[in-house]
Design a protein around this ligand. Structure first.
Ligand SMILES: [Zn+2]
Length: 418
């Protein structure tokens, strides 16, 4: 019997405006998995040569090892690291050479991959797998025409942050719609407002997703519940929905996904606890829906939840967030016991009847009077005083706007507490 072999290519580049990445996220939700818990990775000599895209004297080895280790515990896998003179990723095709390499060399195949619209990409990963979804090889290329550092040099890519993201792909994960995930498409350059350290840290969503793919240690404390079901809502809102699990007591985010066709969803490995399932429409081009909430319940093992509508169309949305005037779809990073000037932007947010809040009672946002403005692209901006209490647990939380009927739109994972 002939075996079919397949290939996924993840190209990672940061875009600050919303774009049509919904289809990619759904496509990448297929479960790819290494068949064995030990994965051999070859570091190309290009990572250690003095000339090239990595700043000389960078501690490359430590950055690579930390980025790998970050995934080992939640995935219950072990990376074996070796060195190689192979500098080229395997060409596109049904199968590679079976050797998984990490490279930054300006080899023809690597340069080709970053051609044209990919010239500013922070990295890419080619995953070769068989018809059953077993990964046979995954090559990671850093962009030879960019500069990578380990010392926060402004304007450069943080080597460890980029590799942490690419290793998520190497293990089979796609991009995440959780604003606080290391798997958000693209990695921001150093020197921006987005916290440098944070983008190296796995969010609850990242850990939950990788546990869901690789299984988990059943003896581990608090692990795990599988929550799946279908979103059963009125048909007037087309397209996929964003669906997520949040801790009822703390408001912390556990996992986020985009609904599959027929609006099915499947959260594979949530830590046991009391949660709420929430969903809202996820097509920036289409009218937004207010969020649907399941109500709180205790999840212990395998449970089905049919989340039923009605879904109410709304004319506002929380699309962007930022702390210093620069806005993005990526979480803002805050510390407990501090307060910040927060800006939210999205269509319709200038409406004075809207209320704003977060999913944590320890994180408050209060509108700053008269600080509302609209930019050329039609997005309304609102300024807030964001206050984080001393007692808030480390985790990722969501921000919402609510109209007088109680309909809410969330920016899921928009606030991350370090
Ligand atoms: Zn990526």
């Amino acid at each position: 019997m002939a075996r079919r072999f397949l290939l996924f290519v993840f190209i990672c580049s940061l875009v600050l405006v919303a774009r049509g990445s919904v289809a990619d996220e759904i496509k990448a939700s297929r479960k790819l998995k290494w068949p064995n818990p030990t994965i051999k990775i070859f570091l190309s000599s290009s990572l250690f040569s003095s000339a090239g895209a990595i700043k000389p004297d960078s501690d490359v080895r430590s950055a690579v090892l930390r980025a790998l280790q970050r995934w080992e515990e939640p995935a219950q896998i072990e990376f074996q690291v070796a060195y190689s003179e192979i500098n080229s990723i395997s060409p596109k095709g049904p199968a590679g050479d079976g050797i998984s390499v990490i490279t930054v060399a300006p080899e023809p195949e690597n340069l080709l991959a970053f051609n044209g619209k990919n010239e500013n990409a922070s990295g890419l990963t080619r995953v070769f797998y068989d018809a059953r979804g077993s990964i046979m090889e995954a090559d990671v290329a850093l962009n030879p025409s960019q500069l990578y550092t380990t010392d926060k040099t402004p304007g450069t890519f943080d080597l460890e942050a980029v590799l942490t993201h690419e290793f998520g792909h190497l293990l089979g994960l796609g991009h995440s719609p959780d604003a606080s995930s290391v798997m958000v498409d693209g990695v921001p350059r150093n020197g921006g407002f987005e916290s440098f350290n944070f983008v190296r840290q796995l969010s609850a969503d990242d850990k939950s997703k990788i546990r869901g793919v690789y299984g988990f240690d059943h003896s581990a404390d608090g692990c795990c519940a599988r929550i799946r079901g279908r979103l059963n809502t009125s048909a007037e809102i087309s397209g996929p929905f964003l669906i997520w699990i949040q801790d009822t007591q703390s408001g912390a985010l556990a996992e986020v996904e985009v609904t599959k066709p027929n609006r099915f969803y499947d959260f594979g490995a949530i830590l046991r606890g009391r949660y709420e399932v929430v969903a809202q429409s996820y097509s920036p081009a289409n009218p937004a829906s207010g969020a649907v909430h399941s109500g709180s319940r205790y999840f212990q093992s395998h449970q089905n939840v049919v989340l039923a509508g009605p879904v109410k169309p709304v004319t506002f949305d929380v699309r962007y967030i930022g702390l210093s005037g620069e806005l993005s779809r990526r979480a803002v990073i805050v510390n407990s016991g501090n307060s910040y000037r927060l800006v939210l932007a999205g269509p319709g947010l200038g409406n004075p009847e809207l209320k704003f809040g977060t999913t944590s009672r320890d994180i408050t946002i209060e509108a700053v009077r008269a600080e509302t403005w609209t930019t050329g692209n039609g997005l309304a901006h609102r300024a807030f005083q964001l206050t984080v209490s001393r007692s808030v647990p480390v985790g990722q939380y969501s921000v919402f706007a609510e109209d007088p009927t109680g309909a809410r739109r969330y920016l899921v994972g928009g606030i991350s507490v370090n």
